[in-house]
Design a binder for this molecule. Structure first.
Ligand code: G6P
Length: 610
């Protein structure tokens, strides 16, 4: 999704903005641009379609310098990914704006502005904002007041950075629905869509609240809330360093993040396991009473996080007997739904800023849920701030668009939640103790499964020239098949579909032939015999099977089947272990195909618009 970085300093900000853009690349974008107020007092802009490097080359040819500036990576919504549509957008040569979000009433505003003589040079909703601010400044208002008034006319979600040629000592920022953070320096201040972009220059941040307008000068930050009152927002110090977003020895962030999983899982478990399960108060003081009252669970999420929710349903219903529903947030938010009795609402999100998940949480706030719990990876995110209870994953920053370590740590957090609920819902101390032991062993099990890297790469060689693939799983491994198929399509662009293996003969079997590889998640559990029949159905039709199994001998291995032995794990936790080889399969297939693994086409890391 679009990324914003802005700076006001006593030094040239162009290198800071360009580095910020590089660090925002992971969010997904298709053009980039930058504007600075140059020493001669003119707004000078450079934009380029494609990668930030294309912009960097332009800047090398035609250098820009200045002590106030804005920059942006654009993920096209209104208007194609062209240079004319790239941000920053200008009104005349006086106002420059960068924007993340969508202005829903842009068409009406555009018509009004055109009638008043403003000329548009792009198809974007953003250009409307630039002209509106210009129009309002012309009435004699200063920049912060003009931005505040324009805000009242905009419908939709947005974060903005605004500068004005005639106001060289001020940068104005607004947060309304889309994330925006202020970075505090000494004699310089910054704004950005996430802290990653500012880590090279500061580790001190202010997270704006919805409706806030901030006025940044070199020495001061003033914030007004939605009602126009001056407010002080807390300053947080981040422990992250600029190096946290380095690829290190790995070729891609995704591979680095796949390999970080043992550590990320260990950190998510840190301090959260006792002899007989999880500590009381895992979800905060007073939470045990609440957990005891829970009689059902509703999970909401998007994308990979939704798949984590689907696995959790098997745990919550299978181990505790509590009814558990899981729904994609974008569907939930737009339909009337019946609330289960004494229901705990759980939202799952890596970023905590996904527009649909946030909207679903807000929508559910009008219903009769016992409480809302966020399972999230970003402590300062909107989702965390707007939920009653929080269970953080400690995956660390995830940069690759395709989610990996965030997913496995979400699964771990959801298993911890199952144990916390289990104390009150029939999971006896012996079983909780056994699960705690299995969880302690999980980082080492994940370390072992990473050793499959080379054999998985060989499997990828047979997948790389295929157009389609089917993924099969049963039970809690069906969502893992879904996640495996999602990873493959996201980064290799091979069309992949996942089915519960029992559904094979109800349709997808018609697709099976020698050109349709079938990837199977086949743990050694009570469903294995059933799964073996499904494999035979594929084999009998000349299909090519790639099977991930922890007991390969049980499968028989001649013609049409490639088996890969996954280290055995406890059946309930096995979905977590079986995730990793599928991540590696997608990764190696994408590398062999030569796609942009970390920033796949058309996708965004954090989907902050609908
Ligand atoms: C985007 C990302 C996915 C992610 C999904 C939900 O589509 O590309 O990797 O699973 O959003 O994101 P969240 O931050 O809410 O988990």
């Amino acid at each position: 999704m679009c990324g914003i970085i802005g700076a006001i300093a006593r030094r040239d900000v162009q290198p800071i903005l360009l580095e910020g853009l590089r660090r925002l690349e992971y969010r997904g974008y298709d053009s980039a641009g930058l504007v600075v107020l140059d020493p001669g007092g003119a707004l000078r802009r450079e934009r380029a379609v494609g990668k930030v490097e294309a912009l960097a080359r332009r800047l090398a040819e035609r250098p820009l310098a200045g002590q106030l500036g804005l920059a942006h990576t654009r993920w096209a919504t209104h208007g194609g990914p062209t240079e004319a549509n790239a941000h920053p957008h200008l009104s005349g040569d006086d106002i420059a704006v960068v924007h993340n979000g969508i202005i829903e009433n842009h068409q009406a505003l555009r018509t009004e502005l055109e009638a008043r003589g403003y000329t548009f040079t792009s198809d974007t909703d953003t250009e409307v904002i630039a002209h509106l601010i210009m129009d309002t400044c012309r009435q004699g208002l200063d920049l912060p007041e003009a931005v505040r008034r324009v805000g009242h006319r905009l419908q939709g979600a947005y974060a903005l950075g605004v500068v004005r040629r005639d106001d060289p000592d001020r940068l104005v920022a607004v947060r309304q629905g889309s994330p925006l953070i202020i970075g505090l320096g000494i004699g310089e201040h910054f704004i950005a869509s996430d802290i990653q972009a500012m880590l090279p220059v500061t580790q001190r941040f202010i997270h704006l609240e919805n409706g806030d307008i901030a006025e940044l000068t070199r020495d001061e930050v003033r914030i007004l809330d939605a009602d126009g009152h001056a407010v002080t927002r807390p300053v947080s110090e981040s422990a992250l360093t600029a190096a946290a977003a380095d690829r290190g020895r790995f070729r891609h962030f995704m591979l680095k993040e796949i390999h970080e999983q043992p550590r990320a899982v260990a950190e998510t478990l840190e301090g959260r396991l006792t002899e007989d399960g999880v500590p009381e108060g895992l979800l905060g003081p007073g939470s045990e009473d609440l957990l005891a009252r829970v009689r059902s669970v509703q999970i909401l999420a998007c994308g990979t996080s939704y798949h984590a929710g689907l696995v959790a349903r098997y745990w919550i219903e299978g181990l505790l007997g509590l009814p558990c529903r899981v729904e994609v947030a974008s569907e939930f938010r737009y339909r009337r739904h019946a609330v289960l009795p004494d229901c705990l609402l759980v939202t799952i999100s890596q970023s905590g800023e996904t527009a649909d998940s946030l909207a679903a949480l807000r929508q559910a706030g009008e219903d009769d849920y016992l409480a809302s719990l966020a399972v999230c990876n970003v402590p300062e995110s909107s989702l965390v701030r707007e939920s009653d209870l929080v269970l953080m994953t400690h995956a660390g920053p995830e940069i690759g668009v395709a989610s990996t370590k965030a997913f496995t740590t979400q699964l771990v957090a959801l298993f911890l939640l199952t144990l916390a609920l289990g104390r009150h819902h029939g999971l006896d101390a012996d079983r909780r103790r056994t699960f705690a032991q299995h969880l302690r062993a999980l980082p080492a099990a994940l370390e072992k499964v990473l050793a499959l890297d080379a054999p998985v790469e060989r499997l990828a060689m047979t997948l790389v020239d295929k157009q389609h693939a089917l993924f099969l799983g049963r039970g809690a491994h069906y969502p893992i098949a879904l996640e495996g198929a999602l990873k493959l399509k996201e980064i290799s662009y091979i069309h992949a579909e996942a089915y519960p293996a029992g559904e094979l003969k109800h349709g997808p079997l018609a697709l099976v032939d020698a050109d349709m590889p079938v990837v199977v998640v086949a743990p050694n559990n009570p469903l294995l015999e059933k799964l073996k029949s499904n494999l035979e159905e594929v084999r009998a039709r000349g299909g090519h099977l790639m099977v991930f199994a922890d007991d390969v001998t049980a499968l028989g291995g001649d013609g049409g089947i490639q088996c890969l032995a996954v280290p055995p794990a406890d059946d309930w936790l096995s979905p977590i272990v079986h995730t990793v080889p599928l991540q590696l399969l997608a990764y190696h297939t994408a590398v062999l195909k030569g796609t942009d693994v970390d920033q796949p086409r058309n996708l965004a890391k954090s989907v902050t618009v609908e």
